[in-house]
Design a protein around this ligand. Structure first.
Ligand SMILES: CC(C)(COP(=O)(O)OP(=O)(O)OC[C@H]1O[C@@H](n2cnc3c(N)ncnc32)[C@H](O)[C@@H]1OP(=O)(O)O)[C@@H](O)C(=O)NCCC(=O)NCCS
Length: 227
């Protein structure tokens, strides 16, 4: 499913259940030594996906340890991102020569819990959610959850480039919807960064990301592929 949001040359792998035979890499085990079963399963499943995807781009199945602020430490020469939620685990990887960064996020396709929207959105984003103009195209799509998913995707594409926190108030996200098929939907989003543009490796300042989102099989999935 997530591969539908990715261009050629970017590898992905996903799971919709947890095969009981999966194990953490021995060097990862200490990261989850004290974790409850749910946490172990999501950690192991997403890392299994990561190693499967790494295999597709010719990278050995190395451990993926945890770096600053919980960001995964990918093998040298690899960029990637992982996500897990109830009923879904996924990883996306690419050679660092192919991409600057990638971010993915998946969430159950349900409305945000009461009170969360105010904490994770800008007033302009809430105005868009409340605007009846164009709402018919989004009928049945939980736009608040799509917004949340795009925000977390933005953070995951941002952090490996900058090693900096980015708050929910630090990006303004706008959306288009391009396809509907029953309950399923997909479209694009634009994350305008509201923090001073970081310059990465002498390149142009980083001021925005473009991504894609999709609702399918009861999930919202989003990806930013930063080429
Ligand atoms: C880190 C965060 C985005 C994870 O999202 P989530 O929906 O809770 O969880 P997901 O299952 O989708 O993703 C978890 C995975 O993200 C990855 N991750 C964690 N921190 C990360 C970081 N700083 N940078 C990149 N990836 C990170 C890890 O691989 C993690 O899985 P693991 O702990 O098993 O290795 C979220 O917990 C968070 O801190 N959000 C606040 C920051 C934010 O979203 N800002 C919005 C900017 S507009």
């Amino acid at each position: 499913m997530i591969d539908r949001l990715l261009p050629a040359g970017v590898a992905s792998s996903e799971l919709f259940s947890d095969p009981p035979e999966l194990r953490a890499h021995p060097l990862e085990e200490e990261l989850i030594a004290k974790a409850v079963d749910k946490r172990r399963r999501e950690f192991i499943g997403a890392r299994h996906c990561a190693r499967r995807a790494m295999g597709e781009i010719g990278v050995a199945p190395e451990p993926i340890l945890r770096g600053e602020r919980g960001a995964p430490i990918w093998p040298r020469g690899v960029v990637g991102s992982m996500t897990h939620c109830d009923g879904y685990r996924a990883a996306v990887v690419a050679p660092a020569l192919r991409l600057r960064s990638v971010g993915i996020d998946a969430e159950p396709h349900e409305p945000l819990p009461t009170g969360v929207l105010e904490a994770v959105s800008l007033e302009s984003e809430r105005s868009w959610l409340a605007d009846p103009a164009g709402a018919a195209a989004w009928d049945g799509v939980h736009r608040d959850k799509v917004l949340f998913c795009a925000k977390e995707t933005t953070y995951k594409a941002w952090f490996p480039l900058t090693n900096r926190w980015l708050g929910f108030e630090d990006a303004h996200i706008t959306f288009t919807i391009s396809e509907r098929n029953g309950a399923d939907a997909r479209g694009e989003f634009h994350s305008k960064l509201l923090v001073p543009g970081e310059t990465i490796d002498g390149g142009p300042a980083l001021t925005a990301f473009d991504g894609q989102w999709m609702v399918a099989d009861g999930l919202v999935v989003a990806a930013i592929v930063n080429e």
